[in-house]
Write a protein that binds this ligand. Structure first.
Ligand SMILES: *Cc1c(COP(=O)(O)O)cnc(C)c1O
Length: 265
């Protein structure tokens, strides 16, 4: 569809294709390399801009290899830090485009920071406390190893999906190729309000489940299994969900906890 749309744009009015790497409100991933191929196949000059705020550090991502022009990310998801640092990875083509763009910009202008970066400095005071945190997070990630981290996310995600199936609930993402290793969005059955379930989980068990956003409000809840998450943190979450089912009178087909345990042991 992207290729087709770009082919029709013979005047090159489209400046950029914007894609979310890991879509956090629905628990889906996009095939970034395939989007690049579509842009190239259409021989279109549009830039490829990728949001990997929740993907970076949890799902495999290759800014250069996959041909992204700009990738944005943040400190607050897979990097296990509080919010406060934003990252931009830029291709030479993106830097060139920013030099010629006529959109007024200050905060989002790159020239000053690119200049300072040459010497390892910033044009403004950086968030030094978070920089120390980032240093530690990267140390932790290098110790565990990126491949091990990605495999851990896949394993926890699979355990979570098996629990969902045991509960006889549906994953919001229906395409197995697009399953997110970062989080799982779970559709509740007709007649159940996901927010009531979430309220019970929070009030009784101090368990904070992700909310359904926009048109999915009340229809889904989300389980995050990213960053600093291991088998027991996932199992605790699944137990909390199952116990909350009890408080709202939902009787799942089978125990998701038992099925997830089987997968993780
Ligand atoms: C969390 C998240 C954001 C929001 O990041 P902010 O720092 O709050 O702007 C954007 N995109 C995705 C995919 C996210 O998961």
């Amino acid at each position: 569809m992207i290729e087709e749309r770009l082919r029709k744009d013979t005047q090159h009015e489209i400046k950029a294709v914007c894609v979310v790497h890991n879509e956090t409100s629905t628990g889906m991933t996009s095939n970034i390399a395939a989007v690049r191929k579509a842009i190239d196949a259409a021989k279109h000059p549009a830039l490829l801009l990728v949001d990997s705020v929740s993907g970076l550090g949890s799902a495999d991502y290759e800014h250069d290899k996959w041909g992204a022009d700009v990738t944005v990310s943040g400190s607050q998801k897979g990097l296990m830090l509080p919010p406060g640092i934003g990252f931009n990875a830029l291709s030479p083509k993106a830097i060139e485009a920013s030099k010629h763009s006529k959109i007024p910009k200050a905060y989002l202008a790159w020239d000053e920071i690119l200049e300072s970066n040459k010497t390892g400095y910033w044009p403004t005071t950086p968030s030094t406390n978070l920089m120390y945190g980032l240093h530690e997070a990267i140390d932790m990630m290098q110790t565990e190893g990126l491949d091990t981290i990605f495999a851990r996310h896949q394993r926890l995600a699979e355990a979570c999906r098996r629990a969902v199936a045991a509960w006889d609930l549906e994953n919001q993402c229906l395409d197995p190729n697009a399953y997110s290793p970062v989080l799982t969005a779970i559709v509740v059955p007709e007649g159940m309000d996901a927010d009531v379930l979430r309220k019970h989980a929070l009030e009784k068990f101090n368990l904070s489940l992700g909310i359904g956003l926009g048109k999915l409000k009340g229809k889904i809840f989300r389980i995050g299994h990213l960053g600093d998450c291991n088998e027991l943190s996932l199992m605790a979450t699944l137990s909390g969900v199952e116990m909350s089912f009890g408080s709202i009178g939902y009787k799942p087909k089978a125990s998701g906890v038992v099925v997830a345990q089987e997968h993780l042991k």
